[in-house]
Design a protein around this ligand. Structure first.
Ligand code: 2AM
Length: 194
């Protein structure tokens, strides 16, 4: 099965992303709201035994919850070709920290290391044929795009299957991030439930 590890996005963030999903010549297919996510690690084709090891390693990760905000739009290009247009993620050291823990867990489970610099993003479209000029116009138009901050409380192992027009992602298991001790104490003092 084809697997990846990702952060799901809250409904209101996916709705906000819809505002920037459109208006680029050469990009007719945009990622549907239910598929929008932040990839932490693409695993590719993995057999059942390795998937079991990966799951066990991911379940052993201890990392704190954190807050995240999407900001700006940009694109991965190769020469004149636009490979993907994405919403950016505001710098958050806790996200890099979680990514590094996921990477170590995956390697501990026996998969080869990724070795690429991690650029967190939400892919919006992979255009078939978008001219760079049109891309520049689109990016300028949405340069002020920003969501409100949202809480990341877990990360998820997904399987990916080819659907008709779009891939079908299935959440196989989610792994909780911990509530920092200071937050628990403050909530207890206020009598809040977490
Ligand atoms: P991206 O869209 O965040 O860039 C599920 O297919 C996710 O895995 C995709 O959202 C994509 O990440 C990532 N992915 C798919 N194929 C990949 C590949 N060959 N290399 C790296 N990441 C890949």
């Amino acid at each position: 099965m084809r697997l990846f590890v990702a952060l799901a996005l809250p409904d209101q963030i996916r709705w906000q992303l819809r505002l920037v999903c459109g208006g680029l010549a050469g990009a007719s297919r945009w990622v549907p709201p239910e598929n929008l996510h932040i990839t932490l690690r693409f695993l590719g084709e993995v057999d059942g035994r390795d998937a079991h090891y990966v799951d066990a390693a991911l379940a052993g990760i201890r990392a704190p919850r954190f807050s995240l905000r999407l900001k700006g739009v940009d694109a991965f290009t190769s020469g004149q070709r636009v490979k993907a247009v994405y919403a950016g993620v505001e710098k958050q050291p806790a996200l890099q920290h979680l990514h590094d823990k996921v990477e170590s867990a995956v390697v501990r489970a026996g998969l080869p290391p990724d070795g690429q610099k991690y650029t967190p993003h939400v892919t919006l479209t992979r255009p078939k044929d978008a001219p760079l000029k049109k891309l520049q116009h689109y990016l300028a138009e949405h340069s002020l795009f920003k969501t409100e901050p949202f809480e990341v409380t877990h990360f998820t192992l997904y399987s990916s299957e080819m659907g008709g027009e779009q891939s079908v992602y299935t959440a196989l298991r989610s792994y909780a991030l911990s509530v920092p001790a200071g937050v628990i104490e403050a909530a207890a003092e206020r009598g809040d439930a977490l």
